[in-house]
Every structure is written in structure tokens, then in C-alpha cells.
Ligand binder design. Structure first.
Ligand code: 13P
Length: 237
């Protein structure tokens, strides 16, 4: 079965970058059974959606507001994202949890909004280095997972991304046994198991090994999704 490969461009990219990225993305899509979801910044969603409309690639956003509309200057709602063709939204990324003070309750409300708009929520969870070193990683992350998921959650509308905070953008990854242990715990943590992605310093060098682990249904890729050749290799993993 194909894996789920999600590109999180974060606050990176440009129209010029997209013009050079598209041919290699389309070439790698032609030879893979993996499901690819590209999450660019908001301004590029519509044009990228048009560029990819004849491909199986899905379009995803990196965040949304928890309300469907209203006086929230500068915000973007889930129904708006669905309206322009998004099929997925990343919710609760650790950068939003730490830099924008998003707590589990807010993440839960945003996941509800994504579900109500008919899209898939890619819900991020993960522990800090301090928590891992204190031996509390599994307890902390499963607790975070339960608090972040609303009752509307089901395997069709929700994907979980385990991203250890200390691994994001650092080049450090957990050892494979630690990924296996966490994914085993997350697999058993919900009534019906949800698809589980691993994220944090995924590269074309380690993607194949990570994707071959039990209960790893895909990867959430940051930095390497902006390196055209690396991402092409990851898509083909
Ligand atoms: P890196 O792949 O750059 O470590 O980022 C991971 C991430 O945060 C994806 O959401």
C-alpha cells in the first residue's frame, strides 16, 4: 500500500520556486503509488491547486481558524480553504503550539472546524527533549493526542503526525526503536487506529528506513520538501 508523503513548506517558497519545483514533482508522481499532500503558505494555494489539478496530489494548508467566519482580521477559516480546493489542513504543529500559544483545547476546536468543512486534519503531536529525557514521552504525547482530537474524529478525516519537537529542523531523529515504540502507542491510543506519520528531520537518506517501520503510514517533511531532488527521492521511497 502507498504511503502518505506530506510537504510542509512552512513560511517558505515563492512563485519562482513553484515554477522550478513543479516539473520534478509531476515526474515523481508519475512513478509512485504514494499519496502526496503539498502544504504551501496560503498565498500559493490557489495557483498550486490549479497546477496540480490533473494529478493525484492533494492540496493542504498549514493552519486555519477555529471559527467558520467572523471578525478575525488576518485569519483564514476552514470553509474558505475547502472552497479553494484544499483537502487537508495541518493543525497543532509544534511551531504554532509554542510560537502562537496554541493549546490542546484550541487545536481540538480547529480540528473540529476542519472536519466540519469536509477536510482531513493532519494533527501534530510531539514531546520536547526534556520530556523525552525524563522518560515521559509516550505518556505526554498520548495525552496530547486525546486532548487534541474532537468526537468527530475518524480514520477518514484525521491523520496523526508524531513530530518530536527536538527533531524538527535539527538533523536529529529518534532512533528507529523509539519511533516504533511511539507509533505502537499511538496506534493503540484511539478506538479505531488512525494513519500515523513521522515528522522531524526526514531526508532522502532516512525516509526509506522510517517508512518501513510498523505503524508508520507516511512522513511529514519540512526542510527536505523544499529541496527539489531530495523531495523527489522521498516521494519515490
Ligand atoms: P523538518 O523536516 O525541517 O525537520 O521539519 C519537520 C516539520 O516540522 C514538518 O512539519
Amino acid at each position: 500500500m502507498g504511503k502518505i508523503i506530506v510537504a510542509n513548506w512552512k513560511m517558505n517558497g515563492s512563485l519562482d520556486f513553484i515554477r522550478t519545483f513543479l516539473p520534478s514533482l509531476k515526474a515523481s508522481l508519475a512513478t509512485t503509488s504514494n499519496q502526496v499532500i503539498i502544504c504551501p503558505p496560503y498565498p500559493f494555494l490557489i495557483s498550486l491547486g490549479m497546477d496540480l489539478k490533473d494529478t493525484p496530489t492533494q492540496l493542504g494548508a498549514q493552519n486555519c481558524h477555529s471559527s467558520p467566519h467572523g471578525a478575525f482580521t488576518g485569519e483564514v477559516s476552514a470553509p474558505m480553504l475547502a472552497d479553494i480546493g484544499c483537502e487537508a489542513v495541518i493543525v497543532g504543529h509544534s511551531e504554532r503550539r509554542t510560537q502562537f500559544e496554541e493549546n490542546d483545547a484550541l487545536v481540538n476546536a480547529k480540528v473540529s472546524a476542519v472536519h466540519a468543512a469536509g477536510m482531513t486534519a493532519i494533527v501534530c503531536v510531539g514531546e520536547s527533549m526534556g520530556v523525552r529525557e525524563s522518560g515521559q514521552a509516550i505518556g505526554t504525547v498520548t495525552k496530547q493526542l486525546h486532548a487534541s482530537l474532537p468526537s468527530s474524529t475518524n480514520p477518514q478525516n484525521t491523520i496523526i503526525a508524531y513530530e518530536p519537537i527536538w527533531s524538527i529542523g535539527t538533523g536529529m531523529t529518534p532512533i528507529l526503536e523509539e519511533i516504533i515504540e511511539m507509533h505502537q502507542a499511538l496506534h493503540g491510543a484511539t478506538q479505531t487506529p488512525l494513519s500515523l506519520l513521522y515528522g522531524g528531520s526526514v531526508t532522502d537518506q532516512n525516509a526509506k528506513d522510517i517508512l518501513s517501520l510498523p505503524h508508520v503510514d507516511g512522513v511529514l517533511v519540512g526542510g527536505a520538501s523544499l529541496k527539489i531532488e531530495s523531495f523527489q527521492k522521498i516521494v519515490g521511497s
